[in-house]
Design a protein around this ligand. Sequence first.
Ligand code: PLP
Length: 358
Amino acid sequence: MTLMREADVIDLRSDTVTKPTPAMLEAVRNATFGDHGYLEDETTLELEGECANLFSKEAALFLPSGTMANQVALRCHTIPGDEIILEHNYHINYFEAGPTADLAKVYPNVIITNDGILRAEDIEEALFNKSRTKVGSQAKLVCLENTINSCGGRIFPLETMAQVFALTRQAELAVHLDGARILNACAATGIEPSSYACYTDSLTLCFSKGLGAPFGSILIGTRELIEKARRYCKWYGGGMHQSGFMAAAALHALRHHRHQLACDNRHAKYLAELLAGLNLLGIDPAGVETNIVLMDTQQMSVSSTAFSELAKAKGVLLYPWSRTIVRAVTHRDVTHPDIEEAGRRLRDVVGALHERCQ
Ligand SMILES: *Cc1c(COP(=O)(O)O)cnc(C)c1O
């Protein structure tokens, strides 16, 4: 087997793999070098202000990662022993159960839905299906995710967010939105970021995903919450001092790449269309709403890891998500011809497996 040259490899493992553009690197070169610990870095303050404005909230805090941004948010909304309500597929549960147990030390009341969408009635059930007393764990926070990574980038509908938010006002709960890819949802629906954000008390956004910066996330909320968040960010080791050059890349991504996310969404749909005809990967292009395509390898009797290895040998990198689910994510460094080529190579992989099964 011939090894692929790096240039031939189409990397669809995640949208975190993009390289900075020359214009982004130029913005990095021109960044300021004030110390953000003293709130003296102009570029970082500009980024925080611009994000707060985009989502019509009071304030924002630049953090190293989406995980840290979520964890700082949990810490701000709760005290140890409190309960948070979320869906089992969400990143905060799926990948952050360990950090949540260690850092915020809250009890996750995990709900399983068939589509990843946590509805007001699910939350009501979680709140009232057992008798609650003042000495028991206190439910404080509902966590949502938009788009839903584990559910193939599904968009969490705005109306459902509104219903959840209305319930939480009555029940005195806060709402945190893990919006790592919220701007992919905005690109797909045409709904303004602030329209989603108005049904949250806090939200996060990743610059290192589809926006194409090499680094960073932001937590957005009220001035009071962000004050608190600055303290926990420091506690967790996320105080970054001269963060201007990183903020410059994020700011450039936000200003210049945001409106190109629709293209990534279209590419994912196109990849799904190229593969759907095989009827062997459980793909329905109509279900591809943003930039993620999930493929199910079960019908071919191979594991997701084995399928990913075969795809890698053909020069397509995929992420084995669960036992038989493989994830492909489109991003700004894959072009339309790349998607076409990835489709061809994956059809070859499936073809060879199918023959073997006959
Ligand atoms: C990537 C991601 C995160 C975490 O971001 P990191 O920067 O990798 O820590 C959180 N939530 C969702 C939904 C994500 O996709």
